[in-house]
Design a protein around this ligand. Sequence first.
Ligand code: ADE
Length: 307
Amino acid sequence: LIGLPPPPSPPIISKHIDLHEIISHGQYGHVWKALYENKLVAVKMMLPSEKDSWETERKIYSNYILHHENILNFHAAEKRLENNYIQYWIITEFHQHGSLTDFLTFNIIDLKTLINLSLSIANGLTYLHENMKKPSIAHRDFKSRNVLVKDNFTCCISDFGSSFAFDDNADKEKAKFQVGTKRYMAPEVLEGAIAFRTEAFLCIDIYALGLVLWEILSRCGETQAPIGNYQAPYENIVGLHPSISDMVECVCERKLRPIILPEWTEHPILKEFCETIEECWEMEADARLSAWCVYERLVEQARNLEN
Ligand code: ADE
């Protein structure tokens, strides 16, 4: 019996995209500004070595339909054959101000902007962590580079390539590997001592949130506090390329945290902001605030600011 030839595999149809310019680089590959279906978009092109992270981000976006004003809007995830090798693409909304790190590097901000940026980040993280509309999701690489600034000076959270969703069949053992950016790793991650509960993973994001809120505060021109060039958290102690052991020594052994200036604690609103930051980066994971609690406090501060 002569079998029929196998049907041709369906062609991969890639919609046309006009790549404009590279807007950021990283170890993962780079991000392009581009035109796609008549919209300005950002295209994260990931190296083949980042396939797992592409797959994770693709699944997080397609399984849970993340739809929130403080979560980066997703358009598509594609595998494209370029020059004979596979490229992994994540296509999202484009934001012209770029990352929060870039924004803080080039701008000094007022009190209202400080609260707006912070409140929107806490709102995005609250949505990610909540488990009523979807499973709880831990970001696991939360940092100012993974936050984008929108035109209205609120933020959205991006980069879900290391994220972990606590759905019914989640294998928490898999979530225990040390992931994230060394500078932003919580003490328990640095020491490899993460507890086994979902909340423990969310607390790791909150520690990093504390550092990001400090970065925002360090660029606020509301007080007489001196403002130099933008510095990453702990940059004055561990420099630009810290190793895990540099971070262990700084964060766990010497128990250091970024400096809180006296000028900030003498200001009625910034004083409370500093207290919130300190309750986010507590050594004990259980003692940290929830994203929801940070959000509520900031809503209250925004109200006080209006009155
Ligand atoms: N850098 C990384 N992702 C970006 C995006 N979506 N928009 C603008 N700049 C970015």
